[in-house]
Design a binder for this molecule. Structure first.
Ligand SMILES: [Cu+2]
Length: 365
């Protein structure tokens, strides 16, 4: 069986939609072409650290995000790179999971969706979690949409993409759509970047973004929390649950420790581009991993994480209070409100990031 017939039989066996089949076939074809190129370049893939390129293709690593304390970087570093035809680009995700997605004119898929086969369940969108095409192709010529699936943070391995055709290819992260980059592919070695140059640029950007996040946190902490007058001379005090800048998400409650009086109300507000929770008591699990009938994995957001009684709450020491997922355009909105009728010190966490985000409400102490 030749390779084209083999690809067609794979598609037939897996019953893919015709459009997907064409994409997969194209992927198999460019993979075959790439293997041919590799045979001509036995030294391909050797990392290059000088600013001048040696002959032959290189493997170049871009950094996807990063973490420094409570600052999560939301950028590809560097975002725009110029490589030579035949170069392979790989993306390293040292902290959170990301995707590298070349939409090629398509629409970005949302991260959290009702399960298409079981709409009562809310899942991480398989179109974001899994690679597209389903088998990651080794090479990319811009003729099809390519998504790595989520990598890093214990998910898939970093993607590697060989660029076979001159042009400019924009990409983004489907988990954090403001993470965007572009790979320009040229035939001229003098214009192409080296790993040494990438590393230097990445280090400068990383320092700049960490500073951007830390400065935003300091600015939010300055002047203390916003207080409004509530009923019967009580106060309504606002606590930020996370915040974001152009290139960062900052994982902190502001203020982390809040002093209030009996009868005061705390309103937490998610000021970040990522979801947060306010949880007094044992944090519920976020994702439950299951197998679908076809063997693919299903990442369900746990009912405990989603379920929450809506309305006004009065805090009771020792009882479980949980905001659910606070996220822009989510069913619960971005605010969670609790009235504290009795004295005491009450610790809470963000269930999604319990190691990074903790807070305390001290009532009348
Ligand atoms: Cu991302």
């Amino acid at each position: 069986m030749d390779r084209r017939a083999f690809a067609a039989s794979v598609i037939a066996r897996h019953g893919l939609a015709p459009g997907i089949g064409a994409v997969l076939l194209a992927a198999v074809m460019v993979t075959v072409a790439a293997c041919g190129d590799d045979d001509d370049q036995p030294n391909g893939g050797t990392p290059e650290v000088e600013s001048t390129r040696v002959a032959g293709p290189a493997t170049l690593e871009v950094t996807a995000g990063g973490r420094e304390g409570v600052v999560e970087i939301r950028a590809f570093m560097p975002a725009d790179i110029t490589v030579m035809v035949g170069d392979t680009v790989t993306w390293d995700a040292p902290a959170d999971a990301h995707t590298v997605t070349f939409l090629q004119g398509g629409e970005p898929s949302p991260l959290i969706v009702p399960d298409p086969t079981s709409p009562d369940d809310v899942v991480l969108n398989p179109a974001v979690v899994e690679p597209v095409p389903a088998m990651r192709p080794l090479a990319f010529d811009g003729s099809f949409a390519l998504s790595s699936g989520m990598f890093g943070a214990g998910m898939a391995d970093p993607p590697r993409v060989m660029f076979t055709t001159p042009g400019s290819y924009a990409y983004l992260c489907l988990v954090h759509p403001r993470m965007q980059g572009e790979v320009s592919v040229v035939e001229d070695a003098d214009s192409a970047v080296t790993q040494g140059e990438l590393d230097a640029e990445s280090a400068v950007l990383r320092a700049q973004y960490v500073e951007e996040g830390e400065a935003a946190l300091l600015a939010a902490q300055e002047g203390g929390p916003e207080r409004a007058v509530g009923p019967d001379e009580s106060s309504v005090v606002r606590v930020l649950a996370g915040l974001s800048t152009d290139h960062t998400d900052v994982r902190a409650f502001v203020p982390e420790q809040l002093k209030i009086e009996e009868g005061d109300t705390v309103v937490w507000e998610n000021a970040a581009a990522e979801p947060h929770t306010i949880t007094f008591g044992e944090p519920p699990p976020f994702l439950v991993e299951e197998q679908r009938a076809d063997g693919t994995r299903r990442l369900v957001i746990s009912a405990e994480m989603l379920n929450v009684a809506l309305g006004a709450f009065e805090f009771v020491a020792g009882e479980f209070f949980h905001s659910g997922l606070l996220v822009e355009n989510g069913p619960l909105g971005i605010q969670f409100r609790l009235l504290f009728p009795s004295t005491g010190s009450f610790a809470y966490v963000d269930s999604l990031y319990p190691d990074q985000m903790t807070g305390e409400i001290a009532v009348g102490e």
